[in-house]
Design a protein. Structure first.
Length: 229
């Protein structure tokens, strides 16, 4: 597990998602937006939560993105989204290209855990653990056989990923009992959709479109919260 050092009283994370680079002229508009946000917010860490690309041939695109992010001298990582599966390049190869970045902290993760890119970062301050950042692969689409019919849906976090997350938290709790945990992945949890629909008062911000998530509740949220309390 890699670590980042918290130098100030706060640690600022910039989350980018669904940037959908296409090897088209619109990519430049996306780069301008990202550049402006980075220069305005001065993040300590940048995470891209999936759907990096929406194109069949993405090697040059990924090389350009890698070099662009490295130019800010800020550590960064990513998780894959469902559209990243559409490339001619495997997720493994896409990861290889991006991992060549000097400031990229992505790791492919435990081969026994489902997915590519289940990895963790610890945030330390004064040599003490402050927070755990978990990056998980939420996979692609799935087709289940229900009552003899093929039913399409978005995928969900596998139990092997949940178990791995819990093991990581429990291991760090042996070092320090109190720290924050924050997980990043592309496909939303069912819990998030439920909270929005029920107008949960703890939700901050606006939801302006339908939430596309799995029909199945993997239990990730409940299991991780119970472990971290």
């Amino acid at each position: 597990m890699r670590n980042l050092t918290m130098m100030n009283s706060t640690f600022r994370i910039l989350q980018l998602t669904d940037i959908h680079l296409m090897n088209e002229s619109t990519d430049e508009e996306t780069y301008v937006l990202i550049r402006n946000v980075i220069n305005e917010t001065h993040p300590d860490f940048i995470i891209i939560t999936g759907d990096i690309t929406m194109t069949y041939d993405g090697q040059r695109l990924l090389e350009n993105l890698r070099d662009f992010l490295d130019s800010f001298h800020v550590f960064w990582s990513f998780v894959f989204g469902n559209h990243d599966h559409e490339s001619i390049l495997s997720l493994d190869k896409q990861a290889d290209i991006l991992m060549e970045g000097k400031y990229c902290l992505f790791e492919k993760g435990n081969a026994l855990v489902k997915g590519c890119g289940n990895h963790y970062l610890r945030i330390d301050k004064n040599d003490n653990l402050v927070a755990l950042l978990g990056m998980l692969d939420s996979h692609n689409y799935r087709i289940d056989k229900i009552d003899g019919k093929d039913v399409w849906s978005y995928d969900y976090l596998d139990q092997s990923q949940i178990d791995d997350s819990i093991r990581t938290i429990e291991s760090l709790k042996k070092e320090t009992e109190s720290f924050s945990s924050l997980f990043f992945f592309h496909i939303p949890l069912v819990d998030f959709k439920t909270a929005i629909e029920q107008k949960d008062e703890t939700i901050v911000g606006s939801c302006l479109e339908e939430i596309f998530c799995s029909k199945y509740d993997s239990g990730f949220f409940t299991q991780v919260v119970n472990t971290n309390t």
